[in-house]
Design a protein. Sequence first.
Length: 308
Amino acid sequence: MLRFSRILCPTDFSESSRQALKYAKALSSWYDARLTVLHVCVDLPVFEMTSPLGHSVSVTGLIEESQLAERRTALRRFVTSEIGDDSVDIVISEGTDAKAEILKEATATQASLIVMGTHGRSGIDHVLLGSLTEKVLHKAPCPILVVPPHAPRIDDGVAPVFKRILCAVDFSPGSLLGVNVALALAQEADARLTLLHAVEHPAALREVVFSTNADVDRLHAAAEAEFLRRLRALVPAQARIYCTVAARVNDGKPAREIERVAAAEQADLIVMGVQGRSAVDLMVFGSNTNAVIRNGACPVLVVPTPRA
């Protein structure tokens, strides 16, 4: 059974992080998990100086203790007004790198889930929280639920029981871990789960094309049937007792097909398992996962492969 025992929700008081906080609170109630809300006070460089060794050193202006106390009070007021819960752990962190502070807190609290908002496609908002979310995704020690700006609003205190889940599968070890998480979520909520594999032809036909004179349509159909068989083989018979599982193989770029199928099926959650470690993984990660997150109309649960 999937358990989220500690949830971390970084916030910058923006509308997107406000919605992320509501999701975090609802999930903490659903899983009876401890919720920590984190606000990072970023120390910006005020000037640069040259060290005796000739290196350029940035000197930051440290935030005074009185200012940190004010931020802590403001954060407590923000949390209480948004989710009506004064038992949430409040943490104010100070540093020059917000990503590092978030990851440090996730490690310190042994977070099993991070919930973050993102501003979406472009503009200065994306440069701020959007890029921060993407940076955290690359190094996260646990799954991250990313709440995009157009995600459905949830009522205060109502757990977001995901009933229509879409899980993207490319058969990598990371995506197979995502399938396990998606199956666990679907069984808990008696949900409909769709496993989607997107194929960019003709590159994907290389495994089955042995002759330049081959019948492309026949080989296309054979490849689709094989991918469907592999998708269905990922679902244990026991899981089908508690949820409905469908498998789809679509032609097209993965990010575009994920967005299209999610819209067609009115998915309320997308699950993507990723490696995010090697150069190739990061390239795929950037082109697919980040694109889905930026354009998504529902939350995206990104499941990273644990480090060795």
